[in-house]
Design a binder for this molecule. Structure first.
Ligand code: SF4
Length: 376
């Protein structure tokens, strides 16, 4: 059978030079050809190892002054965890062998950077080895604004307090047209890019997410990925790309969609996103993560054959996706993740947040990161 994927497109992908037109064309080829191509690129980038991290999510509050129309998590008067309550959760995480805590929360109206630094410093004082992967670009922007300091200064202070890495959340779709519809008061595309670039400059690597499946076009999804690729070319500070399908329940954006007869993305569309991200990021971002919380365990396992090489974290608790209709649980054990990975014919490996020592093969970003020494 002749491949529907043109040879010159394949060549560009191998060279890390896939274009927007390439990605649009790949959307039209038979899906299993696309998956096979992405799987080959996955093998070239990271081999057969599939990673996961033992971690704990901690959401310190769901109280938020934000107005994001896709959010089912926020309230006007939710509880804010005290430092001691956060520490109790970190202690439980440490007892469960977690190597990372991922802390995020709503935007509190009168809480500046001291609050965030206080959390980080308390954790590092008791658990200097615990990797702190916390605070979205939106939270950093908000805290810097309340404290009246530049973003770069806020990031430098957080780094000094002990912040190790940041989740590249709050990215949604990096298009101001889309943001105006789904989250008009959130940081704009240029502001998200700037916080992430500044974080990398301060020695704080980040992940990069994409929440898709609401009002965006296929072109806007691809533009989003190309923006992230451009950041990576400049800084080398992105550890992984995490596509996140939109959960349309209990939020106004989703309710409007459902009234118009649109629902959550079909599975085939999710798998194409993972595969296309593998193609677009080849040579730039080695790690493509599937969220078992959003996709479900069985589908996340299948995604391992469509370009994915990481299954994220064990989490221990999860409330953001659950409030928007995810029903796949709040925690998974390392043993079950390894079972899933073995079942896909791959080699499981627990990783650190920074994927140190996991991917034995060529690695665009990790080579640059170890070369410049900033992220050592
Ligand atoms: S997504 Fe985050 S910033 Fe937006 S309303 Fe929800 S909690 Fe607030």
């Amino acid at each position: 059978m002749n491949s529907k994927i043109p040879k010159d497109l394949i060549e560009r992908a191998y060279q890390g030079k896939s274009t927007k037109e390439d990605a649009l064309l790949l959307l039209e080829v038979p899906p299993f050809e696309l998956f096979k191509f992405a799987d080959e690129l996955r093998f070239l980038a990271v081999g057969d190892t599939v990673t996961y991290v033992v971690n704990r999510n901690i959401n310190f509050t769901n109280r938020c002054v934000g107005t994001c129309g896709f959010c089912a998590f926020r309230t006007n008067n939710g509880k804010v965890l005290s430092i001691e309550e956060i520490m109790e959760k970190v202690r439980e995480a440490e007892k469960a062998n977690a190597t990372e805590v991922c802390i995020q929360g709503g935007l509190l109206p009168d809480v500046g950077l001291d609050f965030y630094q206080g959390i980080v410093e308390a954790i590092k004082a008791e658990f200097p080895e615990m990797h702190i992967h916390s605070f979205s670009p939106m939270e950093v922007y908000h805290a810097a604004h309340i404290s009246g300091i530049p973003i770069s200064e806020a990031l430098r202070r957080l780094k000094r307090s002990g912040l190790d890495t940041m989740p590249g959340t709050a990215a949604e779709i990096l298009s101001d047209r889309v943001r105006e519809i789904i989250c008009p008061l959130k940081i704009k595309t240029g502001e998200w890019i700037e916080v992430v670039r500044q974080a990398h400059a301060a020695g704080i690597p980040t992940t990069a997410t994409m929440m898709y499946g609401h009002v965006e076009t296929p072109e806007e999804r691809i533009d989003h990925m190309l923006i992230i690729r451009d950041i990576q070319k400049e800084t080398g500070g992105i550890t992984e790309f995490v596509p996140l399908p939109f959960m349309p329940y209990n939020n106004s954006v989703g309710e409007k969609m459902i009234k118009e007869g649109k629902y959550a993305t079909p599975g085939l569309e999710d798998l194409k996103i993972y595969a296309i991200s593998r193609v677009l990021f080849h040579g730039h971002v080695d790690n493509i993560q599937a969220s078992w919380v959003k996709l479900g365990k069985k589908f996340a396992q299948f995604a391992l054959h469509c370009g994915v090489n990481d299954l994220g974290g064990t989490l221990m608790e999860e409330s953001i996706s659950k409030s928007a209709g995810a029903s796949h649980g709040e925690m998974i054990t390392a043993e079950e993740l390894e079972w899933m990975i073995h079942g896909a014919g791959r080699v499981p490996k627990e990783r650190t947040t920074l994927y140190r020592g996991t991917n034995g093969l060529a690695s665009g970003n990790s080579l640059r990161m170890s070369g410049c020494g900033v992220y050592e």
